[in-house]
Each structure stands twice: as structure tokens, then as C-alpha cells.
Write a protein that binds this ligand. Structure first.
Ligand code: SF4
Length: 328
């Protein structure tokens, strides 16, 4: 589960991918679900059968007490083996002590590019030593800026000499939020079907040839979408699908939908006049719609005399609709 604990952050990275809806706003999301109370976090974790949480932002250490609260909450609910890791640019020793007290398992420092050549002696060196001394696994997670490959190699050497557990390199990616900024910096798309930046893969191959022993991972946007996101979405679909939903290979849900007023009467008509089993349809009151098994609605729609659709949507909390087909 991705737990976005705040959009607040004291940095202004040109490549920051966080959406305008969240950036510099003190909001909390568990995956796509807006969090208003603790139960929202627990519900989302159950819905995707989460085994751990990646805590992100903004900077989670800008709200360190809230972050610690969620670490404790998740471990109390799902047990000490529920893995928690977080990403931060903050190297404040007091905050790191709080995280260790709360039981954080793993800390990933996002060291600013300006310090990649000068990590030795920087606050990150002291912070990573402190965190490791307190029993937290420490690694680095930084964006792969293709034009800074030499500096990244220096950072790798430092991470290895410090005995850090790993270095994760994220493919530099365009997002809606950073597109204009990144273009002004001269970055180009890898190709028209990719969010990745040109030059990332070549730079990654060069860096992955680094002869040291520290594990180095290159995480591409394609991997994140095709594997991480898809796997999470499929698990959520399997958990939340209603008896009338069809779960697709991609993990989206397909359902028949009738919207508007008088839906109770439509439901009665479907049951009594058309013989639709009551367990293959249901009202979604907040969205003012009646959902029906799609194969049934396709068969009865021509006799209903009102608009009906086959809808395909994500099983995520925001139920993003990807396709809508009107029925004749
Ligand atoms: S530290 Fe992270 S959240 Fe903050 S501006 Fe940089 S990329 Fe965005």
C-alpha cells in the first residue's frame, strides 16, 4: 500500500512527480483513497491484502508524529511483520529517533542531487549511521538523472563505503505535474508511449555495471505500471468485486449501469418483469446508480425504455472509469 501522509515538503525538485491535487497540501491518501480517519487506512490495507506500506509524500518527516502514528496503527492491526518503509529528504536526528521508536523497518534517503558528490560528511551520513544504529535498514532512493551519471557513481561509492543496504534508481519520469518544468530543462520522452525520459536506460546500464557489491536496482516506469500497480489493482478487484461484477485480466471491473432517479422502481421491474436475480444487481446510492450483471443488462436493456450502459472502471477508491458503452 502506498501511504501518502502529507503533500507538505520543504523542497522544490524540478522532477517532482506529485500531482497538483496533493503537492504542498496537507492531505492523506491510502493508495487512491482519501483518508479522513484511521479506519480508511486499515480498510484500504485489507482491500489490497497489503503486506506492507511505502510511506511517502511530500516529506513524511514534515508530519513525523502522524507518520509514527500510522506505523504503530498498521503494526498493531496487522502484526509486527507488516513491513514499513519511507522516503525522505530529511536528515533530522530527533525525527529519526521517533521513527525508530514507532518501529519503522526501512528508511530510504532521497539525497538531493547537489549532494551526490558530497554525501561524505553531509547530514545524511550522520543520519544514516544513527538510523542503522537504531536497527532501521537504510538505503538510498533517488531519481536517475541521465546527465548526472558520474555523480550517481560517486554516490554509489559512498553508499557502499557506508555499508548501506541498497540503492534504488528510479527512472526519471514525466507526470502531468512536472511536464512543463522538465521540458524547460531539456528532457524529452523516451518514445511516444512512455513517460520515461530519454537517456535514462543508457545511463542505467552504465551505472548497473558498477563493480561494487552494494545491490543497485533500476525501477522503470514500465515496471511500476505493468507489475506493481497492476498487481495491486488485481488484488483489490478480487477483494471488492460484487457478485454482478466481471473482473478483467487487467483487474478492472465491468458492470451494467443505469443512472438517475426512480432506481428502486427499476430494480423491482427488473426482478418481477424480467426475472433478474436480486443477488445479481445492487444500488449504489452515493453514485445514484443501479448496477446489474453486464451480461443480464445487455439482454434486457432494449426492453427497459431508459438509458443503460456497460461500464469498465478501476477497482480503486476513486473508481476511475475507463470505458462506457451505451446499450441499445
Ligand atoms: S523532496 Fe520529494 S516530494 Fe519534495 S519536492 Fe522533491 S520530489 Fe517532490
Amino acid at each position: 500500500m502506498v501511504l501518502f501522509v502529507t503533500g507538505l515538503c520543504g523542497f522544490h525538485c524540478v522532477y517532482c512527480p506529485v500531482s497538483d491535487e496533493r503537492m504542498y497540501r496537507d492531505v492523506v491518501f491510502a493508495d487512491e483513497k482519501r483518508v479522513e480517519r484511521d479506519e480508511d487506512v486499515l480498510e484500504e490495507a485489507r482491500a489490497i491484502r497489503a503486506k506492507g506500506a511505502g510511506i511517502t509524500g511530500g516529506d513524511p518527516l514534515d508530519v513525523v508524529d502522524r507518520t509514527c502514528h500510522y506505523i504503530r496503527l498498521l503494526k498493531q492491526e496487522f502484526g509486527p511483520g507488516f513491513h514499513t518503509h519511507l522516503y525522505t529528504m530529511t536528515a533530522d536526528p530527533e525525527k529519526i529517533r521517533k521513527l525508530a521508536d514507532a518501529g519503522l523497518d526501512e528508511l530510504r534517503f532521497h539525497i538531493p542531487p547537489g549532494l551526490w558528490r558530497r554525501a561524505a560528511g553531509s547530514p545524511y551520513e550522520a543520519a544514516s549511521r544513527l538510523a542503522r544504529g537504531l536497527g532501521i535498514t537504510v538505503g538510498l532512493e533517488v531519481p536517475l538523472l541521465p546527465e548526472r551519471r558520474a555523480d550517481l557513481l560517486r554516490l554509489l561509492e559512498w553508499a557502499e563505503s557506508e555499508g548501506l543496504a541498497f540503492v534504488n534508481l528510479n527512472e526519471l519520469e514525466f507526470s502531468d505535474a512536472n511536464y512543463a518544468r522538465m521540458r524547460r530543462q531539456g528532457y524529452e520522452n523516451k518514445h511516444e508511449l512512455s513517460h520515461g525520459v530519454q537517456g535514462s536506460d543508457d545511463a542505467a546500464l552504465e551505472i548497473l555495471a558498477y563493480p561494487g557489491r552494494i545491490p543497485v536496482h533500476y525501477c522503470t516506469s514500465q515496471y511500476k505500471d505493468a507489475w506493481q500497480l497492476r498487481a495491486r489493482i488485481r488484488r483489490r478487484a478480487e477483494n471488492i468485486a460484487r457478485p454482478w461484477d466481471v473482473v478483467t485480466e487487467d483487474g478492472t471491473l465491468v458492470k451494467g449501469v443505469i443512472e438517475g432517479d426512480g432506481l428502486d422502481a427499476v430494480m423491482r421491474e427488473l426482478s418481477t418483469t424480467h426475472g433478474v436475480p436480486v443477488d445479481l444487481m445492487g444500488l449504489d446510492a452515493p453514485r445514484r446508480r443501479l448496477e446489474v450483471a453486464p451480461w443480464i443488462l445487455e439482454a434486457v436493456a432494449p426492453r427497459l425504455g431508459r438509458a443503460a450502459f456497460i461500464v469498465e472502471e478501476y477497482p480503486t477508491a476513486d473508481a476511475l472509469e475507463v470505458e462506457r458503452t451505451p446499450l441499445p
